[in-house]
Write a protein that binds this ligand. Sequence first.
Ligand SMILES: NC(=O)c1ccc[n+]([C@@H]2O[C@H](COP(=O)([O-])OP(=O)(O)OC[C@H]3O[C@@H](n4cnc5c(N)ncnc54)[C@H](O)[C@@H]3O)[C@@H](O)[C@H]2O)c1
Length: 326
Amino acid sequence: MSVLKVALIGCGGFVRHTHLANLTGHEQFQIYAAVDIDLGAAQSIAEASGAAYWTDDADRAISDPAVDVVFIATPHHNHADLTIRAARAGKHIYCEKPMGLNEEECQAVAAAIQEHGVQYLAGYNRAVAPFTLQARALLASLQAPMLIYHRIADWNPYGTSWMIDESLSGGRVIGEGGHALDMMCRLAGQDPVRVYAEGGNFAAPSPTGAPDSAVITLGFPDGSSGVLYLSSVGNNAFPKEEVQITCANHTIVIYGFERMEVYSPGGQETFTLPAMDKGLRAMLDQAAAVFLDGAPSPTGIPEALRATRITFAAVRAIRTRQLQAL
Ligand SMILES: NC(=O)c1ccc[n+]([C@@H]2O[C@H](COP(=O)([O-])OP(=O)(O)OC[C@H]3O[C@@H](n4cnc5c(N)ncnc54)[C@H](O)[C@@H]3O)[C@@H](O)[C@H]2O)c1
């Protein structure tokens, strides 16, 4: 079995807590180079994973002929630039969401991926979470319009980090909001045609006023609609995330990606996973199939462009109070 050598760029909190264990535990990936502008962070990930080297020079790893895949987990403002540099070097790319911070950056990423013929996955991991796939299969069989409600709420989750600076992150609607808006499209099985949103910067003061809390409504061609309730001013004692879908005499509720209840004319069923599963491990399985076998990317350029476009439109709607056509 082939093993893909990974240059991991960005060795911060999410890598330490999640990607490190998933990548080191995956038989088709090997962390080969750890890269961070904070050399100590790169060193600790290299030592924990047995990487061949650590560096603060992204181009050293990107241009390394031994590297097959560039895995990007930096703040959002350099996702597009690093992706384009990796594509030019002929490397496959797994990049955390979003693909870029504006439409121009996203289009430049799409062009580079196409021009250099490399494979690309954006980190919209909820797309392949077990309950997303199970709910979608049921909804597809019902062939009827649906209403979707997705709540993500916690308290001031980003403190004073880069996440509250719109020039570095785009804000929480573009970051975490993108996960839920991508998932809504998958549940509805179609692309939205309209978005409206209300909200603002309610939590930590942001140098740019990036919205961190919003109610965002999507309209779909078949009349389905979805609401994302994204709050940074909730209380952390309450469960953070829930998705509820109603369609053709069915109600589906996903609690924290750990338990799912399905209410139907046939009765009620409850499904429980051993632990919360937002699809992060499954994304690596998919990525291996995409990179090694040329399988279609579940979160490729069309899906990444769709998700970012919706989030950009939602932020415009918040700022202009105008309905946005998509
Ligand atoms: N999929 C998910 O559910 C999920 C959850 C959390 C974070 N994320 C994503 O993971 C990424 C990282 O988030 P985080 O919470 O780990 O942030 P973080 O601030 O903890 O880590 C970011 C790291 O990137 C490094 N860095 C910054 N600029 C760099 C550059 N130019 N080159 C190399 N390294 C650089 C920083 O020094 C830092 O160590 C973000 O894209 C974020 O959206 C995804």
